[in-house]
Ligand binder design. Structure first.
Ligand SMILES: *Cc1c(COP(=O)(O)O)cnc(C)c1O
Length: 231
């Protein structure tokens, strides 16, 4: 068994254990393998172990991998998520290549993604990034700004607004991790009451996935625990 296959089994087991502990079904939590900076051989090992959803942070690196796997004869049904900061001048590459974008935080970018989404592709799945705790970060909007942005984005024809995403400031204490994720979950439930099609709450990474799942995450973005540390 490859190291990556072993790691994937371990991560899946951890997701299942945490889900059981808080009376959730493991199927409610999607595992996104974050493969930024990793070579295609690493992704191939993950695919061999049944992992098909990948997250990439850098537009060009992600597009190169998407093209590489699309041109392979045995191409598996891969699903590509863009999870990095998005600049306007890169929005077309995201719109033309990815299935999901987790980091929408302003209307202007959302409009570009909708305009640039090719007509022969299904609507681009998008999440609004919320800056829930990281004062340093310039990415993400505040909870107060959320209702207006949701209302505008949900009108855009070629986007499918699926929910929210957050990257909380690093925090070692489990209870404090949980408190931040619970704020996100509450915001998600409030929105869902008006927009029932919202089904995705993207939160949880290698070091805080347990708290995220306990607080209601439906998608965890895991890099290090699957592929090892990045250099
Ligand atoms: C790198 C990254 C991850 C994965 O982080 P790990 O700690 O390696 O699991 C998840 N989400 C985002 C947005 C990232 O940039």
């Amino acid at each position: 068994m490859s190291t990556i296959e072993h790691n994937l089994q371990d991560v899946r087991a951890r997701i299942a254990a945490v889900a059981h502990n808080c009376a959730r079904s493991p199927e409610e939590v999607t595992l996104l393998a974050v493969s930024k900076t990793k070579p295609v051989t690493a992704l191939e090992e993950a695919i061999a172990a049944g992992q098909y959803a990948f997250g990439e942070n850098y537009v060009q690196e992600g597009v190169d991998k998407i093209h590489y796997f699309a041109s392979k004869a045995d191409n598996a049904p891969l699903e590509w998520h863009f999870i990095g900061p998005l600049q306007s001048n890169k929005s077309r590459l995201v719109a033309e290549n990815f299935a999901w974008c987790h980091t929408v935080d302003r209307l202007r970018i959302a409009q570009r993604l909708s305009d640039q989404r090719p007509a022969d592709m299904p609507a681009l799945n998008v999440l609004i990034q919320v800056n829930i705790s990281d004062e340093q970060s310039k990415s993400g909007i505040t909870l107060a700004e959320l209702p207006a942005l949701v209302a505008s984005i949900s009108e855009l024809p070629n986007l499918h607004l699926r929910g929210l995403m957050a990257i909380p400031a690093p925090e070692n204490d489990y209870q404090r991790q949980l408190a931040v994720f619970e704020q996100m979950h509450q915001a998600f439930l409030t929105l869902k009451a008006s927009y029932p099609q919202m089904d995705t709450l993207s939160m949880g990474m290698t070091d805080d996935m347990a708290a995220a799942i306990s607080a209601g995450s439906t998608l965890v973005r895991i890099g290090t625990a699957i592929f090892g540390s990045r250099t």
